[in-house]
Design a protein around this ligand. Structure first.
Ligand code: CMC
Length: 425
């Protein structure tokens, strides 16, 4: 039986249909509210607005639950491969052995990019941030591989994007370093191939350490989707104008770059380094983050939806200890990070605002341990998030969602008459 909530205003009653999700989450459907009452709803930053109904990822921020297509993140991070998870997110079910083998094979044979794309790298300055290069070249893919709206064409572009993104990402780093670009090695799995393109030198043979491959696989899985976050919403919003997959994902990459979103992982390491260089005075930085007159925030702390703990951060913290131990690395920033966490979690400012370490707090320490340079951290996040963006775009397209077009409350000047420039004072 349909349920309704009622809005009473100036003697009139408006009925708002109640929508219930799989996990009993509740929403009020306000889509007809303006037609019936003249009201829009105001929610700056979409803090309490459901923009879609989605079957991709379930997240309960109060309980610290994250599931891709129903599967707990803890199980996927422990047992699955990144491509298995990518298949799950994009196609809705875990692949059979045969499906996975075909998927992996298709991705492997599309890892090369058109040689003319290689030439574009020469046009970027060596100082170019790899995120700017990655976003530009992801969009540029649509000039080489036309966007498509057929199922077959879309599937081919999905494969192309998953296959070529590690190549574009590794080349953006090599370009920055002024090194020769490494071509993909199709004998390698997804993660090993990326590491090969990043770290192989023409004069040496490179074999990725299995500890590093495992860590990368886990990190990519943990970043693979996060329901309607800023970049996924951007991908859906841009895609809702019916622009293609490459252009939509390029927009998502740009959204991810910001320090309040995926850019936080780079900022965390820079913050930890700053604290270390400043004598390791953790309290000073905790106090600074609490001071409303300073612009400083504890990077890697707080989350729009997690108000208890971020389950990804728990897994990454444990993985961090493990990877550093196995690789025999003693990174003093890990100790500073732990001290900072301990300090903040005892502080009423952070406790009362429910600010906990998020996915970015420890991920940078692992990235650094496995040799990824700091400016590439957000690129790593983008590589991981790619299947999520694709799944969100595909779902939005399949559901034929209308173009995204929020409303506003206008607070500018009332109507006034134009004054010619010669008469203006
Ligand atoms: N350090 C200090 N104070 C903070 C922090 C922080 N990291 N995060 C939030 N606050 C305070 C904020 O000042 C506000 O205080 P008050 O109520 O006194 O005004 C309160 O906590 C609520 O913060 P908000 O900015 O209204 O919360 P939000 O939901 O809009 O922002 C956030 C969420 C992630 C942008 C924010 O917590 C933040 O800036 N964190 C640091 C950046 C970061 O780590 N981002 C990565 C997020 S996880 C990766 C991803 O999924 O993108």
């Amino acid at each position: 039986m349909s349920k309704f909530a009622e809005l009473h205003y100036e003697g009139k009653v408006y009925q708002l249909p109640v929508v219930e999700g799989t996990e009993k989450e509740l929403a009020l459907d306000i889509s007809k509210l303006r037609d019936e009452s003249g009201f829009i709803t105001l929610d700056i930053g979409y803090k309490n607005t459901g923009a879609t109904k989605s079957a991709v990822t379930f997240l309960d921020g109060e309980q610290g639950i994250l599931r891709y297509r129903g599967y707990p993140i803890e199980q996927l991070a422990e047992h699955a491969s990144f491509l298995e998870v990518a298949y799950l997110l994009i196609y809705g079910e875990l692949p059979t052995q045969a499906q996975l083998a075909t998927f992996e094979r298709e991705i492997t044979i599309h890892t090369l990019v058109h040689e003319d794309i290689r030439k574009i790298y020469d046009g970027f300055p060596a100082s170019a941030h790899p995120m700017a290069v990655l976003a530009s070249l992801t969009c540029a893919l649509s000039t080489f591989y036309p966007e498509s709206r057929t199922t077959e064409g879309t599937n081919l572009n999905i494969i192309r994007l998953l296959a070529k993104m590690p190549t574009l990402a590794a080349w953006s780093y090599k370009n920055e370093m002024g090194h020769p670009l490494n071509y993909p090695n199709n004998a390698l799995d997804y993660c090993s191939n990326f590491l090969h393109m990043m770290f192989a030198y023409p004069t040496e043979t490179y074999t990725a350490d299995p500890v590093v491959v495992d860590a990368l696989n886990k990190l990519l899985i943990l970043h693979a989707d996060h329901e309607q976050n800023c970049s996924a919403s951007t991908v859906r919003m841009v895609g809702s104008s019916q622009v293609g997959l490459f252009a939509s994902v390029a927009a998502g990459i740009n959204a991810l770059w910001g320090p309040l979103h995926g850019g936080a992982n780079q900022e965390v390491i820079e913050m930890l380094e700053r604290i270390k260089a400043d004598g390791g005075n953790v309290k000073k930085y905790v106090d600074m983050a609490k001071d409303k007159n300073s612009n400083f925030r504890l990077m890697g702390f707080g989350h729009r939806v997690y108000k208890n703990f971020d389950p990804r951060a728990r897994i990454i913290k444990a993985a961090c200890d493990n990877v550093l131990n196995k690789l025999g690395i003693n990174d003093p920033t890990l100790e500073i990070a732990k001290e900072l966490e301990e300090h903040a979690l005892k502080d009423d400012y952070f406790v009362s605002r429910k600010l906990y370490p998020n996915v970015d707090f420890y991920s940078g320490i692992i990235y650094r341990a496995i040799g990824i340079p700091t400016e590439m951290f957000t690129v790593m996040f983008a590589l991981g998030r790619l299947p999520g963006w694709i799944a969100q775009w595909k779902e939005m397209t399949a559901n034929k969602e209308p173009i995204g077009r929020p409303r506003q409350i206008y607070i500018g000047a009332p109507e006034r008459n134009y004054v010619p420039v010669s008469e203006r004072k």
